[in-house]
Design a protein around this ligand. Structure first.
Ligand SMILES: [Fe+2]
Ligand SMILES: [Fe+2]
Length: 260
């Protein structure tokens, strides 16, 4: 079973480049499941609107994960309970709208997708490690499990990888928007990458307009950030999972640059 996991899609340019790359490359890659982190996919780069989710589904994405920007588009708060394809961090407080995991049928097997958010420099949520453990306890019959660990630090994401080694198929880091070159399969069969990267304008800063970010950093005055323009990059990983055991067989980084 092959899973394509796409990093944080940023703004309209990220959405359009996702559409373009998937239209061109899906026939070669032939994934059985396509997952993307959608927390920055709305036009403003903040949050996910139901309309943009729909556009990502049309482009070939089947499941969407979120992160710290989950609620930046107010419409999603109302909408999220109606769409089982969208997963928000599982360690949000009890009673939060939406779901922290979803089970999706793929090739006659069940695939469990879990989203959790780290705490270091990012949040004061409940423990992400215990949140995943609890979900896994309730799904002992599911072999194919993908965890989107949305976190700021490499250490916390690596810790999640080692915590889950042999218990899930893959731990994919998101949130920093910069792809790391440390993809590997841990000894007990869990594929891991600290950060999968983003789909968005590559000459901005993490997909946002660099002049505004620079101005804020240089002056320390408030600035309204906006999505950058110009050529994009598409960052993802292709993960091959053993059909029966769910263990990872291969993980390959994908990074495609749009012509400038
Ligand atoms: Fe992000
Ligand atoms: Fe994030």
């Amino acid at each position: 079973m092959r899973v394509l996991f796409i990093g944080d899609v940023v703004g309209r340019p990220g959405l359009e480049f996702t559409e373009k790359v998937l239209a061109r490359r899906l026939p070669d890659w032939q994934p059985d499941l396509v997952v993307a982190n959608g927390e920055n996919a709305s036009a403003s780069g903040r949050g996910l609107s139901p309309r943009v989710a729909e556009q990502l589904y049309e482009a070939g994405v089947e499941l969407l994960t979120l992160g710290n920007h989950a609620w930046d588009q107010r419409e999603l708060v109302e909408y999220i309970d109606t769409d089982a394809r969208i997963v928000r961090p599982a360690n949000f407080p009890p009673g939060t709208p939406g779901r922290g995991y979803t089970v999706c049928p793929v090739n006659g097997k069940s695939v469990l997708i879990i989203n959790v958010m780290g705490r270091t420099f990012l949040s004061q949520l409940d423990c992400p490690f215990r949140a995943v453990d609890e979900i896994l306890d309730g799904h002992r019959d599911v072999q194919h499990v993908i965890v989107d660990m949305h976190a700021e630090t490499t250490s916390e994401k690596l810790a999640m990888g080692w915590h889950l080694d042999g218990r899930v198929s893959a731990v994919i880091g998101t949130h920093t928007h910069v792809q790391t070159a440390d993809e590997r399969i841990l000894p007990r069969g869990t594929a891991m990458i600290t950060d999968v990267g983003m789909v968005g304008p590559r000459n901005g800063i993490l997909g946002m307009d660099r002049s505004r970010i620079l101005r804020k950093m240089l002056t320390q005055m408030p600035e309204r950030f906006a999505v950058a323009e110009g050529p994009c990059q598409f960052c993802a990983v292709l993960i091959d999972l053993h059909e029966q055991t769910g263990k990872a067989v291969a993980i390959e980084r994908v990074c495609i640059y749009e012509d400038s």
